[in-house]
Design a binder for this molecule. Structure first.
Ligand code: ZN
Length: 537
């Protein structure tokens, strides 16, 4: 807790080193078949994953993993100097209780049983529990009593771009190859919390939520404000689309009683750079869409259809307004010539194919590459995509009104709970402890690194990769600012996942806290029991 490890930053490396130190302390180093730090290739901060491997009697292997980074600490306000100091915060509980929602109730329910600080619940207590369990297993291995094999991975960058786990995918594949391992699955020990006030349950999850970032380039048509009907206000189109899509429960996934939070915009703006009296003719926004079951192709088709309807409907309304306006303004010539306005909805991949046919694919690629080179190095990944879409639109020579739908990074696949020994055993252990009120649920609803250990079979990712303007196929020359995921490697790894983590509240808020008795007592015991049971023939 005392090592600040805000992601991305150098502190993450210090925690990785400390985790390794804790694993090896007390003469345990030689008990591991292998342990060390695995550098993240090309990482600007020199960060590394911590790993430890115990080869037991069986090649059947359980993976324990967790992240060692945290979000920033600015939210602590006046208490920020103690954000990484649980004792310092405990000494200032009177201030904390005034600032943190729900804290007074939690203190009353479990007096003296909370630890505070950034990352305490998300998820350094989870990593601590894992270290304790792996040390115990290392002792067993040394005595020749470890029935199965165990891997521990502590990764940075989860709160940022998941660079740690994405590299760990390759590490796990190499390890499997080298030692002939058979993975039973992976247990994450990330934050769990109450689902409602007074909730007595503790939750274990067997699958995880996913996320897509569909983005919209909205093209109107320019006109002077004195004659708006000569053009189309792009902000009006964007607003109507946002009205239809944002916070709309029709776009939620429902699976066996669990429902995703609805989509919301994370950013919306027109593309004017200065004041003038011209109609804004381009706007853009992107939408955070959380998924349990909807794949990138399905979402794109759904959004395309809705966008088509919204565009039609809005243009008809503008036509009607124009007819009334022209009638009132008394311009008979214009009244004769009135024509309904029409618009198109395209995907990035569709537009790319069309422009490729007009100009030749090579010419289009060269144009996009030269645009790419002109962008500043630190350009936001969403903006980079936007500028490429704009460039492609300009190349097309088409006219608005139009909508171009595409995907921007990041993509987190949802992972469904498929039948597995790991899931059966987790359920069995939960049922064997009625006193703990453990409930096994399906989808872990916070975006997490679990997304990158498995891809649902049959998921078609071409609609995703073909619609991310900055997508880079793994293995091709890396362009600065490109986006890639080791999708084939994830598919090959294919691990069932479980989240069995600490219990807390207020993560990403100044009241972040972990329940000590559960997180440091019950959790390591449960982890141990699951692994022990997995090791039985
Ligand atoms: Zn976390």
């Amino acid at each position: 807790m005392g090592i600040r490890s805000v992601s991305p930053g150098e502190g993450e490396l210090l925690v990785a080193e400390e985790v390794l130190h804790l694993l090896r302390a007390g003469g345990l180093e030689s008990a591991y078949t292998a342990s060390g730090l695995d550098p993240l290739i090309g990482d600007p901060y020199g960060r590394q994953n911590t790993y430890a491997f115990l080869r037991g009697h069986s090649s059947r292997t359980i993976v324990l993993f967790g992240h060692i980074d945290t979000v920033d600490t600015a939210d602590y306000g006046p208490l920020e100097p103690w954000a990484n100091d649980p004792e310092g915060l405990a000494a200032r509980l009177d201030i904390l209780v005034k600032l943190a929602p729900g804290l007074a109730e939690d203190l009353a329910a479990h007096p003296g049983d909370w630890m505070f600080g950034r990352g305490v619940s998300d998820m350094k207590s989870g990593v601590a529990a894992t270290i304790a369990v792996v040390r115990r297993l290392a002792q067993m291995a040394r005595e020749g009593n470890l029935p199965l094999s165990v891997v521990l991975l502590a990764t940075p960058d989860e709160e940022n771009e998941s660079a740690g786990i994405l590299q760990a995918v390759h590490f796990l594949l190499r390890l499997r190859e080298q030692y002939g391992l058979q993975y039973l699955g992976a247990i994450n020990t990330d934050y769990t919390t109450a689902r409602y006030p007074g909730d007595q349950h503790r939750y274990i999850y067997t699958s995880t939520i996913g996320k897509l970032l569909p983005s919209f380039l909205v093209i109107g048509r320019e006109a002077h404000v004195g004659d708006p009907f000569a053009g189309v206000d792009a902000n009006l189109l964007a607003a109507e689309l946002i009205r239809d899509l944002s916070m709309n429960d029709e776009l939620c996934d429902v699976v066996r009683g669990q429902i995703t939070p609805p989509p919301v915009t994370l950013h919306a703006t027109d593309l004017k750079t200065h004041y003038d009296v011209q109609l804004p003719f381009m706007a853009y926004f992107y939408l955070n869409v959380l998924t349990f079951s909807t794949g990138p192709g399905e979402l794109l088709a759904r959004l395309r259809q809705r966008a088509q309807e919204v565009l039609e409907h809005t243009l008809r309304r503008i036509d009607a307004a124009e007819r009334r306006w022209v009638r009132t303004s008394g311009d008979p010539v214009r009244q004769e010539r009135l024509e309904p306005c029409s618009g198109i909805v395209l995907t990035y991949a569709g537009l790319y194919a069309e422009v490729g046919q007009q100009l030749g694919e090579k010419a289009v690629d060269a144009e996009l590459a030269s645009a790419w080179e002109s962008f500043p190095g630190g350009l936001d990944a969403r903006e980079r995509c936007l500028h490429l879409v704009r460039r492609l639109w300009t190349l097309s020579g088409k006219q608005g009104p139009a909508l171009v739908i595409y995907y921007a990074p990041p993509y987190y696949p949802h992972v469904a709970a498929t039948p597995s020994l790991l899931h059966d055993i987790v359920t069995e252990i939960a049922l064997s402890h009625p006193e703990l009120h453990l409930e096994v649920r399906e989808y872990y609803s916070f975006i997490s690194d679990m997304s990158y250990l498995r891809l649902d079979p049959g998921i078609d990712l071409t609609p995703l990769t073909a619609n991310i303007p900055t997508w880079q196929e793994p293995g091709t020359a890396v362009r600065p600012g490109s986006y890639t995921l080791p999708l084939a490697a994830i598919q090959e790894l294919d691990l069932p996942v479980v989240n069995l983590g600490p219990y807390g509240a207020g993560v990403h808020q100044l009241g972040e806290r972990a329940l000590i008795s559960y997180s440091f007592g019950i959790l390591p015991q449960l982890l141990y029991e699951v692994i022990e049971r997995l090791g039985k023939p």
